[in-house]
Structure formats: C-alpha cells, structure tokens
Ligand binder design. Structure first.
Ligand SMILES: C[S@@+](CC[C@H](N)C(=O)[O-])C[C@H]1O[C@@H](n2cnc3c(N)ncnc32)[C@H](O)[C@@H]1O
Length: 247
C-alpha cells in the first residue's frame, strides 16, 4: 500500500500485518515529521499539574516534545519504532521526504487552518525546528532511557509505570491503515501502563471523525471507565480540535 506523503503521514505499512502486532519498519517506508512542545501543550491541554506527572509519549517520533519537556524539568519517556534508527539515518530520511510532504501540503491548502501556523513556509520552519531539536537530543535521550524503541500494541513497561500517556497523530488518524482490533488492543495496553490516556486527533486522514471513536468510547464507558471528548485550543488539520481522555 503506497500513498502520497501527507502532513500527518508516517508509514505505509500499518495495514499489511493483519495480526495485532507491531509492523516491521523499513526506513524507506517512513515519513518522519514531528511537532513541538507548544503544539503538544495545546493538543493535550497540558497544565502545571501535568508537569509533575510521569508521562509516556507513545508514537512521539521526531517531535521535540521529549527534548523540551525534559529541558523544562518534566519526566517523559517516548516510545516509537522509529528509534531503532540512528539520528543520522532519521535526519537523512527527513531531508529526503521534506519536499514531498511540503508539496502535498501546498496541493491541499484547504485541508489546513492557516492561523497559528500561517503558511506552508511557516509550517516547514516550525516542523524543521522541532525535528532539529529532537535530533540534537536523540542520542543523549537514548542513553538516558527517554527514547525507547517499541510500539503498540505491546509496550515493554510494567503496569502503571506512568501517570499519563499521550498519543499524538497515531491512533484514530490512520484508521484506514490500522484496524479496530489494533486500536482496541493499543488503548488497552496504554491503560495498562498509564493511569490516564489522552489521544489527539479523533479525525482520520480524510478529516472525518474516525469510525472507531464512538465504539471505543461506548465500550470503555460500559466497563466503568471515565471517558471524555474534550475541545482543545489546537486546530491545524481542519476540524481536528478534540482529544479523547480515558481514565
Ligand atoms: C504522524 S507521526 C506523529 C509524531 C508525533 N507524535 C507528532 O505528533 O509530531 C506518527 C508516529 O507514530 C509512530 N508509530 C508507528 N507505528 C507505531 C506503533 N505501532 N506504536 C507507536 N507508534 C508508532 C511513527 O513511527 C511516527 O513517529
């Protein structure tokens, strides 16, 4: 399955493994593209009280969230299959895919809200600054155990290792590539390792609310879990301004 690289696109391989297991990644199939701490704060409505929490960033990829949150004294571990590659390899892949991603954005201007990020050039600057920050931090963070290779649906952490798990632009977004069983198993695993899970966005790549959101929310609510769909002050993909909170 091959598609044109989009702003949010990462790997073409999610749907090729029908068992609920993590797909084998080849660097040539990955589109590493990452967001900043400022964007994470808005997407997940992070507040002062979250600064004291043990946070898991699941699927953080080349986002600068871990580097910046750590710099500010926070506690975070990021887990992503991308971290099997070196900083040099990831940097080279970013440079390789950058023109394709930007061409896609320019070709789909109406899919995005150009307010905080004002133009494609602004977007490229913001994303490259975040990814450069990640790359500068990656080797130090690997040694410190802040970046861990791995991924859903199985995480190599003990039960309740974290207070809060954040999932940015992975679950629900790729609903055309990762199926309902994977979402379900992934969310269960996140709830095993963290007391609270927040995931953003609830839209898929087409911009529509993922068809997996309501069944997941209904089933978790029926089990007695707290669930809430919360409006947040972040909207770049048109209509994508809600996170799901599960406790
Ligand atoms: C679109 S990127 C989002 C990166 C970052 N969270 C952000 O918002 O800037 C999706 C990320 O999901 C990661 N990913 C792919 N398969 C995964 C899995 N099975 N478990 C966790 N993350 C995975 C990719 O490597 C990639 O870094």
């Amino acid at each position: 399955m091959k598609r044109e690289a989009a702003e949010n696109e990462e790997s073409d391989d999610f749907a090729e493994d029908r068992e609920i297991s993590m797909p084998q990644l080849e660097l040539s199939s990955i589109v590493p593209w990452g967001r900043s701490l400022e964007e994470y704060v808005l997407m997940f409505d992070l507040t002062e009280s979250d600064r004291r929490k043990r946070i898991l960033g699941c699927g953080d990829g080349p986002a600068s969230f871990n580097a910046e949150w750590t710099r500010d004294g926070g506690s975070v571990v990021s887990v992503d299959p991308l971290y099997q590659f070196s900083a040099v390899e990831i940097a080279a892949r970013i440079e390789e895919i950058r023109p394709t991603v930007m061409a896609h954005v320019v070709g789909h201007l109406d899919s995005y809200r150009w307010q905080v990020i004002q133009s494609p050039a602004d977007l490229e600057r913001v994303r490259m600054a975040a990814m450069t920050r990640f790359l500068e931090d990656f080797e130090t963070g690997l040694v410190a155990g802040r970046y861990r290779e791995g991924g859903l649906p199985r995480l190599d952490f003990a039960d309740r290792s974290f207070d809060l798990a954040l999932v940015s632009h992975f679950l629900f977004l790729y609903s055309d590539q990762i199926d309902a069983d994977f979402h379900w198993a992934g969310i269960r695993e996140l709830l095993r390792v963290a007391r609270e899970v927040r995931t953003f966005p609830l839209q898929d790549l087409s911009g529509a609310r993922s068809g997996f959101v309501d069944p997941v929310v209904d089933a978790l609510t029926e089990e007695g879990r707290f669930t809430a769909i919360v409006n947040v002050d972040y909207e770049f993909q048109q209509g994508a301004n809600e996170m799901l909170v599960i406790r």
